[in-house]
Design a protein around this ligand. Structure first.
Ligand code: MCN
Length: 781
């Protein structure tokens, strides 16, 4: 049984505590004498602070302290940006934890109040008197980079945070030889990640030993410890970061935030535990946003549909400051993926990262890859329309054929393994594509507007190796680590550096260990999220936990198994070479009655009464794993929609996702991940947009105005797969946490435009609100 637990869709062990409300989140924690912090945030997108009087707040009931930028500026270093993109003229504007004389987005922190209760802290915020002298604001990345635009940072001309390029092949020749050129301007609108729980921090400083503990809603506790040490000066060995239940992140909990450091500052000043938890509106205002690209794209092709080259200019809105990993997203994670699943002979892209008077932008599920996939898929569809080709046929014509051990594309990446045509064929067979097209034609005859969308993708995940991290300016390593400890009773504890926050590795990693050493899956506990207990890890993002952390874990488990074999041989008085293993039992080859179970061995190794000569006591191993390459999951999705031409309403009829993440540890968890990802991608196409007005006010500042996907607006999502193992992962695993998001926006876009073909709608901005669709169908004369 145990050896079959890999691949089994057992239920997530995380869920009982999550769905019965017994899980402990940061905001559930309470310490004796704990105080509460509340942040006063700027109501202006761009302004000078001309007066700041905190005295009325200081004397308000329950208030213990009020701090401003002047109080913290010498105590805290600026909030760090940790992706120092090379060869891009990167200009990191100073990012103070609290504004000193200028605010640059609605939500910039101006003061912090600490009080005995949360209510008192919020009440006192209203007593702080601030006079602002408003400045002109700019929220659009293209406008922000034009001459005469308001400038956010004195030392950053044209608000240009960086200019990064990627190129390969002879693009000029490709366009010169082109028989057809397709052009498009694509708006990847700004999105707000909506984790189930907003962010929170609890910090407690103990002055006597000089130790700091921080509980935080973070995706990467070890990185936060590192950055917190840099910003506060507390040595790393005296700094403990714990991520209790985090409540999802989707990229928005990668960053180290000003409010985190300010909460620490308050605790250190007051020598008391201080807790801060954001409201949902604060979360919308000041927790990082995603996407925000304006993409000008040109595709060169031959009349038979062969693509020759791609040229693009991207303006990526970065917000008012560069968040922790932000510069890498529209560049490394986007630009290097432009070959997508296709044989693209030539490419040239210029990416301008631009400061705007908006909330800082960070990774949002898919981070860079949906933006790249969308560009290619959109251009494929436009080319298919222009050439009157079937969009699926056009894709097949240009796809990289199946490969098992490396394929280098024009941007310089070497994909690990892939079968893009195989995946596309399987999903088209599954939906009976030819029949669907016939049904679509019949519907049109009846005056119904049905559209079929196809999108194929490959994505870069399993972020690592560390050598590459260094080369691309990522200020950290990209390896992962694991410790496997078998206790005397044979129960196993696993300590991992990665920090899952919703993805389910407490279950899947237990499955990995159980199937490797043959214990019951319920006898394996996965411990994560506490820097004092777990080994170093570089975090859960970029769908890397299974591809990198899972490899560390499996290799550590194999070390345990290797040692167990030596101990078993010793106990059975046999040669190690004569030992065999099956389902948790070591036995002498040919004599299955001479055997020791892993539990027998664990007891003997832990009491160590009779160990082989030179072998240490205990049954434990650790592993640091630095992958030789990234992992490249892929797939193809098909969407069917119907547009109501009278109302502009879009009805989702069918959605089929085919994803390939190699062998699946737990198909039910994989399906759940794909579902979540697909829904977030559909959300971008149909409903979601963070809208700023011209003065920089976030108009969609609450869930009333920001349209999240809702179950009643969706159709069933069918999930199928192919299995193409990664050649470099010990079990062939690739990630899946973002896969669903990457193709789904493009698939829905493709389906809606296909439905609107009779109206000659060439392009449409997302999200496809009924108003936008209706206006496209009924253009003003
Ligand atoms: N898995 C599997 N077999 C595979 C690959 C993965 O069974 N071949 C399982 C994993 O073991 C894990 C899950 O699928 O239980 C996702 O694993 P992986 O692809 O390694 O992704 P990560 O754990 O690194 O998670 C990060 C990824 C990202 S980048 C975002 S954004 C995202 C996502 O996961 N945010 C999430 N999924 C999320 N799911 C929840 N509930 N909450 C979030 O914030």
């Amino acid at each position: 049984m145990s050896s079959r637990i890999f691949g089994s869709g057992i239920r997530r062990r995380e869920d009982p505590r999550l769905i019965t409300g017994t899980a402990t989140y940061t905001d559930d924690l309470s310490l004796p004498g704990m105080l509460y912090a509340a942040m006063l945030r700027s109501p202006h997108a761009h302004a000078r602070i001309t007066k700041l009087d905190t005295s009325p707040a200081r004397s308000a009931p329950g208030v213990v302290a009020v701090y401003t930028g002047a109080d913290v500026k010498d105590a805290l270093k600026p909030v760090p940006c940790a992706w120092l993109l090379p060869n891009a003229n990167l200009k990191i504007a100073a990012y103070p934890a609290m504004a000193i004389d200028t605010v640059r987005y609605v939500g910039d922190i101006v003061a912090v109040v600490v009080a005995e209760t949360r209510y008192e802290a919020y009440d006192a915020l209203e007593l702080i008197q601030v006079d602002y002298s408003p400045l002109r604001a700019v929220t659009d990345p293209v406008m922000a980079s034009t001459a005469g635009a308001p400038q956010l940072h004195a030392d950053v001309p044209r608000n240009e945070a960086f200019h990064w390029t990627v190129g390969g092949g002879d693009v000029d020749a490709a366009f010169k030889n082109a028989e057809i050129v397709i052009k498009e301007t694509i708006h990847q609108q700004r999105l707000i990640p909506n984790a189930m729980e907003p962010r929170a921090t609890l910090a407690t400083w103990s002055a006597a030993p000089g130790e700091l503990t921080v509980w935080n809603t973070t995706q990467n506790p070890h990185i936060l410890r590192f950055l917190c040490s840099v910003v506060t000066g507390v040595p790393e060995d005296k700094l403990r970061v714990v991520a209790p239940e985090v409540g999802g992140g989707f990229g928005s909990k990668i960053a180290a935030y000003p409010a985190d450091f300010l909460t620490v500052f308050c605790s250190m000043r007051l020598n008391k535990p201080v807790k801060w938890a954001e409201t949902r509106s604060e979360n919308y205002q000041a927790t990082t946003h995603g996407r925000d690209h304006v993409q000008q794209v040109e595709l060169a092709a031959k009349k038979d549909g062969t693509i020759l080259g791609l040229r693009a200019t991207i303006h990526a809105g970065m917000g008012a400051y560069l968040s922790t990993a932000a510069p890498g997203i529209p560049t490394i994670l986007h630009g290097l993926m432009l070959s997508a699943v296709y044989n693209l002979p030539a490419v040239k892209e210029d990416v301008y990262g631009v400061y705007t008077n908006t909330t800082p932008v960070e990774a949002y599920r898919g981070a860079g890859r949906p933006e790249a996939t969308f560009m290619l898929e959109r251009m494929m569809d436009k080319l298919a329309v222009a050439l009157k080709m079937d969009p699926a046929d056009l894709r097949f014509k240009n796809m990289i054929p199946r490969f098992e051990n490396g394929h280098t594309v024009i941007t310089g990446l070497t994909y690990d393994s892939g079968d893009y045509p195989g995946g596309l064929k399987k999903v088209l067979d599954h939906v009976k594509y030819a029949d669907l097209r016939r049904q679509q034609a019949d519907a049109r005859k009846q005056g119904r507007y049905v559209g079929i969308g196809v999108a194929s993708y490959v994505e870069i995940c399993g972020l690592g190796p560390s050598q590459v991290a260094g080369a691309i300016g990522f200020q950290g390593g990209l390896w992962e680590s694991a410790i496997v400890r078998v206790h005397p009773t044979g129960k196993v504890q696993v300590f991992i550096g990665a920090s899952p926050h919703g993805q389910g590795e407490e279950t899947t990693f237990a499955q990995l260990v159980a199937s490797e050493i043959g214990v019951d899956v319920n006898d394996v506990k996965v411990v994560h999220g506490d820097t004092d207990v777990t080994p170093m890890g570089w975090g859960t993002y970029g769908s890397r936990t299974t591809a990198v952390g899972g490899a560390a874990l499996i290799l550590a488990t194999r070390k345990v198994k290797e040692k167990a074999k030596i101990v078993a041989a010793h106990l059975l008085e046999a040669a190690v070479e004569d030992m065999d293993y099956a389902d948790g039992t070591f036995f002498v080859k040919g004599s299955p009655d001479k055997s020791k179970t892993i539990q027998d061995i664990a007891l003997m190794a832990n009491v160590a009464w009779n160990m082989p000569k030179g072998v240490e006591a205990g049954l434990e191993a650790s592993m640091f794993y630095d992958p030789p390459n990234f992992a490249y999951p892929f797939g193809s999705h098909v969407a069917v929609v119907e547009v109501d031409a009278e109302t502009g309403q879009i009805d989702l009829k069918r959605y089929v996702a085919l994803d390939d993440c190699g062998p699946q540890i737990n198909p039910v968890i994989v399906e759940g991940q794909v579902h979540g990802g697909v829904v977030q991608g559909i959300g971008q196409a149909l409903w979601e947009e963070a809208v700023y007005d011209d003065t920089g006010q976030l108009v969609t500042g609450s869930m009333l105005d920001y349209a999240l996907p809702r179950a009643d607006r969706l159709c069933d999502i069918e999930v199928i797969n192919t299995v193409t193992p990664s050649p470099h992962h010990p079990l062939g695993l690739k990630g899946v946490g973002e896969a669903g998001t990457i193709a789904s926006t493009a698939a829905i876009y493709s389906a809606v435009l296909d439905a609107l073909a009779p109206f000659n709608v060439e392009t449409l901005r997302m999200p496809f609100t009924p108003e936008r669709v209706w206006n496209a169908i009924h253009p003003k004369a």
